[in-house]
Structure formats: structure tokens, C-alpha cells
Design a protein around this ligand. Structure first.
Ligand SMILES: Cc1cc2nc3c(=O)[nH]c(=O)nc-3n(C[C@H](O)[C@H](O)[C@H](O)COP(=O)(O)OP(=O)(O)OC[C@H]3O[C@@H](n4cnc5c(N)ncnc54)[C@H](O)[C@@H]3O)c2cc1C
Length: 386
């Protein structure tokens, strides 16, 4: 199987999802965000149609595909103007980690609902005092009989208001070496001692971000997903899909903005010919298109490596794909807004808010600079400054 030429099945999946996206589209998203509501109708329908669970195992209600298929779903919904951010989190991170490392009971309990969208799981790794340096996370689990008591703080956790539980990255209390020894816990959002506070973001998005305070949250033994000592491997089993999905999110958004700009540039005429005939307008749009296509190619490579079980190879490719897609998205949105002149900043055309939204793909889940650091050290073998 090649990664650069899409199969007929993938093309069919793309067009089916694109058709769903078109039925909802930007207008639906704008209206729902204005009402302060989540994108429940689109989420539920995508779940019923099997799109949310496309990467999860068939015996647990999924479609039996991989991150390749799930990233197609997100890209096409984004290209239609109504991306579902929680696809990055609930099926791609949490669903993957549970299906790869969970117990049979955890799989039975969570996967069917994650697959059909009736249950949603958020993901929490970022901490206020650790940020990009996940080695510094201090959320700590200590044993109390057979239970765990989890204490710590998390920040920028998406979709907690919609979630039944959050997959929290903590560390075990005896991890004194300073090495990252993460362990993953399923924490129900209604647990005692679990507090969430919305963060006032300047983002025109339906998914809200939260600060979490975990104050001695008591969890049963089976809240731990996977092995207490195999943390890093299990964590990256979820973080690589997160990067691939963020790349797909960025490519979808870039395509949406670019399509709007092209449509406008074909018609808008202030001299003799439409503005799209001026190379100063046409060439940056062509460059944006090329950058998005290249980013997609890297995303497909990363997804292919991941789905074929090459976790190490997928790590580098997923980082590069996220970097390329984040940059391509930021540039495409910037050029799209510019192409519309004053209309680029009106609510009617709805592009200006994408300027902030596009930046999410540059900063999260791992920033542009941290990917450049990764490539400098891991790929190029250059020394570390930090
Ligand atoms: C909309 C949104 C949704 C999010 N959703 C989630 C979620 O669901 N779950 C979750 O766990 N997290 C989530 N995050 C958090 C996100 O992953 C972090 O914001 C990101 O990892 C960066 O961490 P930070 O914000 O603390 O920035 P910092 O680590 O403080 O970095 C600030 C700046 O310094 C730069 N920098 C830091 N260290 C270095 C270095 N060594 N070399 C060069 N430059 C450096 C960074 O690149 C960045 O530009 C979300 C963030 C956003 C914006």
C-alpha cells in the first residue's frame, strides 16, 4: 500500500464526510457558537454514521480502520467549515489508548460510546507550571488501599463540559528520579474533588477550554489505564494520533479559508479584471495550496506509519506533519483574509476569526518551537540548549 495515492475507499469516505459537513457547514458552527452551545447535532450524526468511531476496533463498536481514516474525517469536516475539535481528543487519543492498553472491562465500558459519540472523553496533560515541559508535571497519584488519590492542576483542557470523563496524565508518587514516568487515569467529571473552571479564550469555537483542580480525587484501582510502569510508550500511543489529527484539523481549516478566498478573487473586480488575475493575489494563494497539499502528504505518511504499528517512525513524521500543517494553515488563513480586503474583517464573510483559530495549530498540542527542537535533536543530532 502506498501512502501518497488515496484508495477508492478513502476517496469515498472523504466525499461522504464532505457531504455531511456541507449540510452543517460554517453557518451551523457560527450560529451554535453564538448560542454558546456545543456542536451536538453534528457530533451525534457523525457518530450515528460511524465517522467518529472509524478508527476503533469493530468488536467494540468501531469501524476497524485507523488514524488514516479518522484524520480524513476531521479534515473534511474542517474543509466544510465545521470541524469537530473533540475528534482529536475523544476517539483519537482516549479511544486509541484504551483500545491498545485498556483492560477488557475498560474497553467494553468506554469504546462503544466513544465510537458512536454518546460518550466523550477529554484529555489532560498540560499543567500551568509545566507547559511545554511535560517532564515537570506534578499531578500525583498515591495509593490508598486499592484506590488511588489523584491531586494536581491542569490547564487548557478542551471540552470538559461535554465530557463524561477526562483521561488525566499523572505520575506515581514514588517517581523521584525526575524522569517522566506518566500514568494515565480515567477520571469521571462528576467525581468528588474534581473542579473545572472555564478559561476565557478569544476563540470563535464551540469547544471550551478549562482549568482543572483535582483535589484528592478518589479513584478505583481500575481507573488506571495500562501499566503503571510502561507510561511513556502508552502516552505516545495517544500523543502521536493527537499530532496527526491536529495536522488534519489545520489542513481542513486552511482549505476552508483558501476556498473562500479563491471564490472571492475570481469575482471581485476593481480594475479591468478580477483581483485573482493579479499575480500578487494569485501566487500566494497558489503557494498556500501547495503548502497544504505537502502538509497533507506528510500527514498521510505519519498516519500510515502509525497504523502499521511503527510508533517510533510515526513520532517523527507526526511531529513534522503537525508543524507543516500548522504553518500552512496560519499562512493560508492570513492570505485568505488579505485577499478579501476589508471584507476579510467582516462578520458576514467570517474569515477574521480564523486568524486566532489557526494559531491553535501552531501552539497545540506541541508548539512549533518544540517540534523544531525535536527535529534538531532527534533527527539532526544537534546539541540541546535546555
Ligand atoms: C485551544 C487549545 C486547546 C488545548 N487543548 C488541550 C487539551 O485538551 N489538553 C491538554 O492537555 N492541553 C491542551 N492545550 C494546551 C497546549 O497543548 C499547550 O498550550 C501547549 O502545549 C503549549 O504549552 P503552554 O501554553 O504552557 O506554553 P509554554 O510552554 O509556556 O510556551 C510558551 C512559548 O515558549 C516557547 N517555548 C517553550 N519552551 C521552549 C524551548 N525549549 N525552546 C524554544 N521555545 C520554547 C513555546 O514554543 C511557546 O511559543 C490546549 C491549548 C489550546 C490553545
Amino acid at each position: 500500500m502506498t501512502t501518497h495515492i488515496e484508495s477508492e475507499e478513502h476517496k469515498a469516505l472523504r466525499s461522504a464526510v464532505a457531504a455531511l459537513g456541507k449540510r452543517y457547514g460554517r453557518e451551523y458552527l457560527t450560529r451554535t457558537v453564538a448560542e454558546g452551545k456545543p456542536l451536538t447535532e453534528l457530533w451525534s450524526e457523525a457518530g450515528r454514521l460511524g465517522y467518529l468511531g472509524v478508527s476503533l476496533p469493530q468488536e467494540h463498536g468501531g469501524g476497524g480502520g485507523g488514524i488514516t481514516e479518522l484524520s480524513l474525517v476531521l479534515e473534511e469536516l474542517g474543509a466544510a467549515g465545521s470541524p469537530l475539535l473533540m475528534l482529536v481528543v475523544s476517539p483519537a487519543i482516549c479511544g486509541t489508548v484504551i483500545s491498545r492498553f485498556g483492560t477488557e472491562a475498560q474497553k467494553r465500558r468506554w469504546l462503544p460510546g466513544i465510537a458512536d459519540g454518546t460518550r466523550l472523553m477529554a484529555f489532560g496533560i498540560t499543567e500551568p507550571d509545566a507547559g511545554s515541559n511535560s517532564h515537570r508535571i506534578t499531578t500525583t497519584a498515591r495509593r490508598d488501599g486499592t484506590d488511588w488519590l489523584l491531586t494536581g492542576r491542569k490547564v487548557f483542557i478542551s471540552g470538559v463540559d461535554m465530557a463524561d470523563a477526562v483521561l488525566i496524565v499523572g505520575r506515581t508518587e514514588d517517581a523521584r528520579t525526575g524522569n517522566l514516568k506518566p500514568c494515565l487515569f480515567i477520571v469521571p467529571t462528576d467525581a468528588e474533588g474534581f473542579h473545572k473552571h472555564p478559561i476565557d479564550m478569544e476563540l470563535n469555537a464551540a469547544e471550551k477550554q478549562f482549568e482543572l483542580v483535582l483535589d484528592d480525587v478518589r479513584l478505583p484501582a481500575d481507573a488506571l489505564v495500562g501499566d503503571e510502569d510502561a507510561g511513556l510508550l502508552q502516552l505516545f500511543a495517544g500523543l502521536n494520533p493527537e499530532r496527526i489529527m491536529t495536522a488534519a484539523f489545520a489542513i481542513g481549516m486552511g482549505r476552508y479559508a483558501l476556498a473562500k478566498a479563491i471564490e472571492y478573487a475570481r469575482d471581485r473586480t476593481v480594475w479591468k479584471s478580477p483581483i485573482g488575475a493579479h499575480q500578487a493575489i494569485a501566487h500566494p494563494l497558489a503557494q498556500a495550496h501547495i503548502d497544504l497539499e505537502l502538509a497533507r502528504l506528510m500527514t498521510q505518511k505519519a498516519a500510515h506509519l502509525y497504523d502499521s504499528g511503527d510508533d517510533i517512525g510515526a513520532g517523527e513524521a507526526a511531529n513534522m506533519a503537525k508543524y507543516a500543517a500548522g504553518e500552512a494553515c496560519v499562512k493560508a488563513v492570513d492570505q485568505a483574509v488579505h485577499t478579501l480586503g476589508g471584507n476579510g474583517l467582516t462578520r458576514e464573510f467570517g474569515l477574521a476569526s480564523l486568524i486566532t483559530a489557526a494559531r491553535v495549530a501552531r501552539i497545540a498540542p506541541v508548539s512549533r518551537e518544540m517540534i523544531l527542537n525535536y527535529v534538531s535533536h532527534q533527527t539532526l543530532g544537534l546539541p540541546k540548549s535546555y
